[in-house]
Design a protein around this ligand. Structure first.
Ligand SMILES: Nc1ncnc2c1ncn2[C@@H]1O[C@H](COP(=O)(O)OP(=O)(O)OP(=O)(O)O)[C@@H](O)[C@H]1O
Ligand SMILES: [Mg+2]
Length: 211
């Protein structure tokens, strides 16, 4: 499976924590980081795994054309292989196209704001296009992230997406104003059990995988 979505949707932070939870549930899982960081960037999944013990191993980005083979090679038997992706960009020959055609499940991490929803159309189209051409295409579920829990819009967005036939996960990833929310920007280790509902998110994603 893979976490996909626009830059800053919380993919790497959530996946680092999910891996730690899945590992603590006894699931054999691995992470593969398909995001190749630039010189000034931090907070990739691979970096999180170097800074904190996630339990599960995390591998750095394979060559784009090797992503599926590497995932198959590294994935433990009957285990779960989770791919983190960088900020979404639709480019043939890029890592995102390779990831989408490599996985069985894509979790679209989506902040429920008008702007982000418009921009998510590109991800949805890319999956539709794979289906239309008969290529391998992943099942898609949507995880609402960076959610302002005091706003009405997340419920409206959830309703609209569900009405349009998309599967929206019950759990949501809340925007945090606390220092842990953005601590990783400064290269601090991701906090695993941070009092958030990440265990609920980890379990729900796992349920979808198990289906
Ligand atoms: N719940 C949260 N509330 C507020 N900020 C958060 C939260 N979780 C993570 N952040 C911060 O938001 C930024 C983006 O998070 P993260 O790196 O996980 O997103 P991403 O989707 O992996 O981004 P990219 O596509 O650039 O890789 C980071 O600085 C991170 O520390
Ligand atoms: Mg990231």
């Amino acid at each position: 499976m893979a976490f996909v979505g626009k830059g800053g949707a919380g993919k790497s932070t959530m996946l680092a924590q999910c891996l730690a939870y899945w590992d603590s549930y006894g699931v054999s899982c691995i992470g593969i980081d398909t995001d190749v960081p630039g010189e000034d960037e931090n907070g990739t999944l691979y970096e999180h795994a170097q800074l904190a013990d996630l339990g599960a191993p995390v591998y750095p980005a394979p060559a784009v054309h090797q992503i599926r083979n590497e995932a198959l090679r590294l994935c433990p038997q009957k285990g779960l292989c989770a791919l983190d992706t960088g900020a979404w960009e639709r480019r043939s020959g890029g890592p995102h196209a390779a990831v989408l055609s490599a996985v069985d499940l894509a979790v679209l991490c989506l902040q429920p704001t008008g702007n982000e929803i418009n921009r998510a159309g590109s991800v949805l189209n890319a999956i539709e296009q794979l289906r239309a051409t008969g290529a391998r295409a992943p099942e898609l579920v949507i995880l609402l992230t960076m959610v302002d829990t005091s706003a009405a819009s997340p419920d409206d967005v959830d309703d609209e997406l569900s009405k349009a036939g998309y599967t929206v996960l019950r759990s949501r990833y809340a925007l945090s104003n606390g220092r842990d929310g953005y601590a990783q920007s400064w290269g601090r280790p991701v906090r695993i059990k941070d009092g958030s509902n990440m265990d609920e998110i980890a379990r729900e994603v796992l349920d979808v995988v198990a289906r």
